[in-house]
Design a protein around this ligand. Structure first.
Ligand SMILES: Nc1ncnc2c1ncn2[C@@H]1O[C@H](COP(=O)(O)OP(=O)(O)OP(=O)(O)O)[C@@H](O)[C@H]1O
Length: 235
């Protein structure tokens, strides 16, 4: 269980996040919605440790998380173009491997098996040896997801992971992410700008409006109109 309690983040005295409280369960994909500037990226960065919240706590099963417990899906541009898809995924597990292996580019057989299996799960079984620089945007985003899961995190976060993709590809990528969250029993938290796409995959919705959490509910209880209001309202 990921438990966030009374999280607050201010920039130059201005609140970007205020009184944020929620809990997410393993195997649950929560979709984070909110207008531009509502605080979505700030929340994901605080969870990932890239930003230090001013107050509040983040706990995993009642313990402070280790840095490798919470993985952020790399934006497609953050992958290493010159390396293969498989090598990029293997990089996600480097925290577990001795430094000499990293330096020599050698990986334990179990790590390789897991990486190949994850590429298979995101539909890229036949692309393991292709340079990431040669892949399409959707394929790169899939590599980013497989890479994050190779870290064996308890929580996977993604900030607008399908923003640059056409609707059909975006749907495929999100479906695969949702399937992996359920199969690997990780907590998933993904920010999305497209309410309709969100509705296809969400188990739970979190909505931020001006830095405050104004909705935290199972997807089955939330009307699409309510999500539309989050984007259309005065924010
Ligand atoms: N490093 C920073 N320094 C100062 N202010 C910041 C910084 N990062 C974010 N902010 C401010 O905090 C607020 C929340 O920004 P954030 O990027 O989290 O919003 P968002 O919901 O992710 O928006 P978008 O959908 O446009 O990415 C905004 O008012 C933003 O200007």
């Amino acid at each position: 269980m990921l438990t966030v309690t009374d999280l607050e983040k201010r920039y130059d005295g201005v609140g970007a996040l205020e009184n944020i409280d929620f809990e997410l369960s393993p195997g649950e994909l929560a979709i984070l919605v909110g207008r531009s500037g509502a605080g979505k990226t700030t929340l994901l960065r605080c969870l990932n440790g890239l930003e230090q919240p001013d107050t509040g706590s983040i706990r995993l099963a009642d313990e402070p998380p280790d840095p490798t417990d919470i993985a952020l899906v790399f934006q497609e541009g953050a992958l290493l173009d010159s390396k293969s898809a498989l090598e990029n995924v293997l990089d996600g597990g480097l925290g577990r491997e001795p430094v000499w292996r990293e330096l020599l580019g050698w990986h334990a057989p179990a790590e390789k098996r897991a990486a190949v299996e994850r590429l298979h799960a995101v539909g890229l079984a036949g692309d393991a040896d292709r340079r990431v620089g040669d892949l399409s945007g959707g394929e790169r985003q899939r590599v980013g997801i497989a890479r994050a899961l190779q870290q064996e995190p308890a929580v996977i976060l993604a900030d607008e992971p399908v923003a640059s993709l056409d609707p059909a590809t975006a749907r495929d990528v999100l479906d695969q992410l949702a399937a992996l969250v359920r199969r690997e029993q990780v907590v998933g938290l993904v920010s999305l700008h497209q309410p309709r796409l969100a509705q296809e995959v969400a188990d739970r919705y979190l909505a931020l409006e001006s830095g405050r959490l104004t909705l935290d509910a199972p997807a089955a209880e939330v009307e699409l109109d309510r999500i539309g209001e989050v984007y259309d309202g005065d924010g």
